[in-house]
Every structure is written in structure tokens, then in C-alpha cells.
Design a protein around this ligand. Structure first.
Ligand SMILES: [Zn+2]
Length: 413
């Protein structure tokens, strides 16, 4: 990892600088090792003389001049951006959204847009050849044929609106809340799988893996051995789709629990588990990153970044997270869009939900972006029809639709 760029002093390279470089590399995957440099001004000037290639220079003292082919920033700036991207300074992440008081950093937004202007690459190669966009499709299986936990969960979120003084959102959600108490209770996972099979697409399904240590009130209460779960897993495998871990919030703070959850899911599914996403988006960057990497996940998708309010990377990109020693990493795929009204409060209304969802897709299409969507199989009468329309629309727009595992094959270096 450390050899992926040229450094005057190896000691300048830590896990944050590595994450920073990984983001740039995901924004422009064609960059070679020799196009990232970190060092003192004098050293950088000597290294960049007569070089025609585009260079990213991180200056450890002051800042060299930007030119047509040099994009220079200070090490402090690089660290600042890396901390923002990876949430490194947060002690405890409880979801990442406006409702949790998350605010997008305008400096980071400006930095990314300047970087894109600097690269001036119209063709974005992280979208596979021949496609106009990419839909990373995933599902959290939180509830199976039960609405009780979901209702409890909604009370929790409803109260957060009040606590934050977001009264308008409280009332908008209250309508939704009252409706879902009375609506039908069977969740739409099987129907969604049938639709995916019909369109011949894959997706990723995050399962909760219940063990003795994670039987908490707000965790899903199904067991992997339940018949309904066994059937669902078989259908997912028949679709060539992926089974991944919807890890408990507590496992983000305890490597042994995470290890047990992963092993439990691997044994019931008989699949290699390479993806993780924490239930309710709870984790602690200071310890969870090491725990994820220790447990040999290839990627994580716990960062939530609902499109309407914010965008965690300010790029709609993914980046690498490194362990403390900087010698191992995994890829973080922030989830941009969720169907549940916690982040998407118009989800109770078919019309509004549809128009907002299609806007998000059009935006991804117009900007050749990767769009990551997380669905929950919410038991509304109109839900699967809308789901089918979304998939159909994305295919017509020339999106590649697949799960994380399948996409990873495309971006391995
Ligand atoms: Zn969940």
C-alpha cells in the first residue's frame, strides 16, 4: 500500500493519508503510482520538474504552486479531508444523516469538484465499459413477517425529530407512522427476488446473524435457521446474488462478536462472507475499522449517505479504509439512498416516493455516477410495483445493476 506513491519520508504516510490517496485513485483510477507525491516543497519542486503527467502533490511544509499538471495541497489539508471522509474523529457514529446532525463539509465538496476539473476526465472508468451508470443494489433484512420491531424502531426515530426540534419532519413522519401500524405485515423480499431474477440482475442481501451476545431490543429477532430465512437464502443463491452480514451495532465495538456473527452466517449460508453493514449504522471509526479489517471483510457499507440530505464523501465515490498500521485495507461503499422514511421521509407516499427516487436516478445518469441503493422490502401495497419500475428504468437508462461482490470484481487492482 505504502509503495503506491512516491514519498520523501515514509513516516509521512499513515492510514489517513492512505485513505486520502485511495479516494483520489477512485476518482481517477487511471492514475499511476508515480503520480502521487508527498514531501517537502524543495523535494517536490525537484521531483516535478519537466514532468508532463498530471501530479497530485501533498506538501509537508507550505505549498508548491498549482500548475496545469500539478494539483498541490498541504499535508494538513489532506489530513483534514481524510478525517472528514472516514469520519475518523467521530467517537461514535449513530447513523450519518441530517437527523443525526451530520453536515456536509463545504471545503470537501469544493476540493472534490476542483479535483474533477483538474482531471477533466469525461469518461469515468469505474463504470464498466458500455454503461452509463452503475446501480449498486442491496437489501437489509431486518424484519421477516413481523412488524413489531419496526414499529418500535419508528417510535425511536419519531422522538429524535422532536429532540432535534424538527417539528415539520415529526408531523410528516407521524402520518407515515400511523399508516404503517395498520398496513399489511409481510415484507416483500421474495417478490423483489423474483423481479431481480426476471431482469437477470444480482444484488447484495445483508442478513442479521443472531447469536447469544446480540439479542438486543432494536436488533432483528429472526434466526438464520428459521425456515423462511433458509428459503430466502436459497432464492438469493439461485439468483447468483450475494449474502453479506448485517452486523449488530455491538459487534462494531467487539471483534469477537463480529467474528461469531460472520462465522454463523457463513455456516448457515454456506457462502464466503465478504461484506459488512452495521444495523442502524452504528460504529466507532477509532476501533471499528481495525475490527472490520481483522475479520477479513473485503468491503463495508455502513456509511449511510442519503442523497437528499448529504453525501458522505461529497463525491458519490468509495474509498479505502486502512487499519492503524496502514498495511491492510477494505473498501468502504457509502450507501447513498434508503427506502425507509428515517432518511427518506416521503416513503409513505407512493407518488412522492417515486418522483424523488427517479430524481436521484436521473442525477446519477446525468453525471455518470455510481448510485448505491438500500431497500428493505417495506410492506406497502405499491412497493414492489415501484421496485420493478425502478429496475426497469435503470436498465433502460443503460445502468449496470449488480451487488457489491460482483462490482468488486470490476475494480480490483
Ligand atoms: Zn438494519
Amino acid at each position: 500500500m505504502k509503495s503506491e506513491f512516491i514519498a520523501e519520508n515514509q513516516s509521512d504516510i499513515d492510514s489517513l493519508i492512505l485513505s486520502f490517496f485511495s479516494l483520489i485513485k477512485f476518482i481517477n483510477p487511471n492514475l499511476g503510482k508515480d503520480q502521487f507525491l508527498i514531501g517537502t516543497n524543495d523535494w517536490l519542486v525537484s521531483k516535478t520538474k519537466n514532468v508532463r503527467k498530471k501530479l497530485i502533490c501533498v506538501c509537508t511544509d507550505g505549498k508548491i504552486k498549482n500548475t496545469e499538471n500539478i494539483f498541490a495541497i498541504t499535508k494538513d489539508e489532506a489530513l483534514y479531508f481524510a478525517k472528514k471522509i472516514t469520519l475518523a474523529e467521530k467517537l461514535n457514529v449513530k447513523g450519518i444523516s441530517e437527523i443525526d446532525n451530520y453536515k456536509e463539509d463545504t471545503k470537501l465538496v469544493d476540493f472534490i469538484s476542483n479535483l474533477k476539473i483538474f482531471f477533466n476526465d469525461k469518461k469515468i472508468s469505474y463504470i464498466p465499459e458500455g454503461y452509463n451508470g452503475l446501480l449498486l443494489l442491496s437489501h437489509d433484512i431486518d424484519y421477516i413477517q413481523t412488524n413489531m420491531m419496526y414499529r418500535l424502531g419508528r417510535i425511536y426515530y419519531l422522538l429524535i425529530y422532536l429532540r432535534l426540534g424538527k417539528f415539520k419532519m415529526f408531523f410528516q413522519n407521524f402520518i407515515h407512522f400511523s399508516k404503517q401500524v395498520f398496513i399489511e405485515k409481510d415484507w416483500k423480499h421474495v417478490k423483489m427476488l423474483e423481479i431481480e431474477k426476471e431482469f437477470n440482475i444480482t444484488s447484495t442481501w445483508f442478513f442479521f446473524s443472531r447469536i447469544t451476545e446480540n439479542k438486543k431490543l432494536f436488533n432483528p429477532n429472526y434466526e438464520l435457521k428459521n425456515n423462511m430465512v433458509v428459503d430466502l437464502m436459497q432464492k438469493i443463491k439461485n439468483n447468483n446474488s450475494e449474502i453479506a452480514l448485517h452486523a449488530s451495532p455491538e459487534s462494531a465495538f467487539n471483534s469477537i462478536i463480529l467474528n461469531k456473527e460472520k462465522a454463523n452466517l457463513a455456516s448457515y449460508s454456506n457462502e464466503v462472507i465478504s461484506g459488512n453493514r452495521h444495523h442502524m449504522g452504528r460504529f466507532n471509526p477509532k476501533i471499528s475499522f481495525d475490527i472490520w479489517i481483522e475479520n477479513e471483510f473485503e468491503y463495508d457499507a455502513s456509511f449511510l449517505a442519503n442523497d437528499k440530505f448529504m453525501d458522505i464523501t461529497s463525491t458519490k465515490h468509495f474509498f479505502k479504509i486502512f487499519n492503524t498500521s496502514g498495511n491492510k485495507s477494505l473498501i468502504e461503499f457509502p450507501t447513498q439512498w434508503m427506502d425507509v422514511q428515517y432518511l427518506n421521509f416521503s416513503a409513505y407516499d407512493e407518488k412522492k416516493f417515486k418522483s424523488e427516487t427517479f430524481k436521484v436516478i436521473d442525477n446519477a445518469y446525468n453525471n455518470n455516477q455510481v448510485l448505491s441503493m438500500n431497500w428493505h422490502g417495506v410492506p406497502y401495497k405499491w412497493y414492489t410495483d415501484v421496485y420493478r419500475e425502478v429496475i426497469d428504468y435503470c436498465i433502460q437508462k443503460g445502468f449496470l445493476i449488480c451487488g457489491y461482490r460482483d462490482y468488486l470484481e470490476n475494480i480490483k487492482d
